[in-house]
Design a protein. Structure first.
Length: 141
């Protein structure tokens, strides 16, 4: 039993040592390595170029969509500004109308007072004739 145990122990020790002695490194010639690296770089460069083209396409599409939205919003804002301007004009006209309605009685009263206090040419002639008549009466007396 001792011999079997010693034999198994010996096999396990040497098998692990022999496995550890085997290297996992694989050596490749420099020209093969350079060729593989060049192919890898070419593939990466192609993928980067394809991605840049996709990004340029997406950027162009987004730019066109943004321009379209900008034009649409500009038209809508212009329309809204026009409607607000029309509303402001309507309110101004309405205020002028209310102001005219409020001031109209005062203007009528002023006009009537002006007519009553104004003299016509006939009124002046009548006053002069009355003054002359009074003067003649006072001279006779």
């Amino acid at each position: 039993m001792k011999k079997i145990f010693s034999g198994l122990l010996f096999i396990f020790i040497f098998s692990s040592v022999s496995y550890g002695a085997v290297s996992q490194d694989i050596y490749v010639r420099q020209d093969v390595f350079d060729a593989k690296m060049e192919a890898l770089f070419e593939r990466f460069h192609g993928e980067i170029k394809a991605l840049s083209e996709k990004i340029d396409g997406v950027e162009k599409t987004l730019s066109e969509k943004i321009d379209g939205v900008d034009k649409t919003l500009s038209r809508r804002i212009d329309g809204l500004e026009k409607r607000i301007e029309d509303t402001n004009n309507f309110l101004y006209y309405l205020l002028v109308l209310f102001g005219a309605m409020l001031i109209l009685p005062f203007v009528n009263k002023w006009w009537e007072n002006r007519k009553e206090s104004s003299f016509t040419l006939d009124d002046v002639k009548k006053l002069i004739a009355d003054a002359i008549a009074e003067a003649q009466l006072s001279v006779k007396n």
